[in-house]
Design a protein around this ligand. Structure first.
Ligand code: F6P
Length: 320
């Protein structure tokens, strides 16, 4: 019997369950047995898995989180942990492994690929949308919509009290979430880790808006831009505006996946299983120019996905 392994790794993302469901059902339809390793790479290291059948994955397409659990496995950053994981794959005669995760998981999978003959294919799933090789990751659309719904509410009270709100969104290292959320809520200022922000420029914008009669405003800031508490106090001091800080936090990581996140999950899973069946391993599947594609694991691991900073200029024009 041919055996396929599957696991979810790193920060969870809405749509991971939809991807698990699709991999299991497609693999089964091709005659594979599927082992679901629990808690990401940790399950590979400890050989902790459960048999997954088409029935095991019923009723999960709409659920956030991951039925296989996930982790950020520190042992997998060490050679011995990776070698233990490779032994597990050999022990269970796993022909192909699908990992569902983000940037960190791609790096781990690349290291594992050097220690095993098992072919590995990645399904990009992270709310950060920072995986090279795909225009969009599973979960990104859901997180954006979650944040937009919350910030639309914050906009109501900002207008009523004529206040400026700094809304901190997720994205420790990258600004894909902040940029897309900022554009789609009409933020007056968007702060991303990729562009050093000058506080005086923010203050100038707030002052100019005030002079134009715009007495409230939304500043969307990626968590990676720095201390938003201090920034709020400084803007308040320099502009005289009432400034409040709202940190959206982990709500962006959960919730029922949107139709788009579910669609990407199903299409990425289909491509991942196809690649493994055709013995094309060590890839990451993705969306490119509207088509389902794939890139080498090594390339995805070693290449930083570019952020289109010109959209920051567009956002500024749209928010005048
Ligand atoms: O990678 C997704 C993400 O939500 C980032 O946006 C965030 O900075 C990080 O995970 C939080 O990590 P943890 O879940 O380990 O606190």
């Amino acid at each position: 019997m041919k055996i396929m392994g599957i696991l979810t790794s790193g920060g969870d993302a809405p749509g991971m369950n939809a991807a698990i469901r699709a991999v299991v059902r497609i693999a089964y339809s091709k005659g594979y047995n599927v082992l679901g390793f629990e808690k990401g790479w940790e399950g590979l290291i400890t050989n902790t898995f459960r048999q997954l059948t088409p029935r095991s994955v019923g009723g999960i397409i709409n659920l956030g989180g991951t039925i296989l659990l996930t982790s950020r496995c520190s042992r997998f950053r060490e050679k011995d942990g990776i070698r233990e994981a490779a032994k597990t794959l050999a022990l269970n005669k796993v022909d192909g492994l699908v990992f569902i995760g983000g940037n960190g998981s791609v790096k781990g999978a690349f290291e594992l690929s050097k220690e095993t003959d098992t072919l590995i294919v990645g399904v990009p799933a992270t709310i950060d949308n920072d995986v090279y090789g795909t225009d969009e990751t599973i979960g990104f659309d859901t997180a954006v919509n979650t944040a937009v719904a919350e910030i639309d509410k914050i906009r109501d009270t900002a207008i009523s009290h004529e206040r400026v709100f700094i809304v901190e969104v997720m994205g420790r290292k990258r600004g894909f979430l902040a940029l897309t959320i900022g554009l789609t809520v009409g933020a007056e200022v968007i702060l991303v880790p990729e562009e050093k922000h000058e506080t005086h420029e923010i203050i100038e914008t707030i002052r100019e808006n005030g002079a134009k009669g715009k007495r409230s405003g939304i500043i969307v800031a990626a968590e990676g831009v720095g201390n938003t508490h201090k920034l709020a106090r400084k803007i308040e001091r320099k502009t005289g505006a009432e400034v409040r800080l709202s940190i959206l936090g982990y709500a962006q990581r959960g919730g029922n996946p949107t139709a788009r996140s579910r669609l990407l999950a199903s299409l990425f899973a289909d491509e991942a299983v196809r690649l493994l069946l055709e013995k094309h391993g060590n890839k990451v599947v993705g969306l490119g120019d509207g088509k389902i594609t794939s890139v080498d694991l090594k390339k995805s691991c070693e290449t930083e996905k570019p952020l289109d900073l010109s959209l920051l200029k567009l956002a500024r024009v749209l928010a005048t």
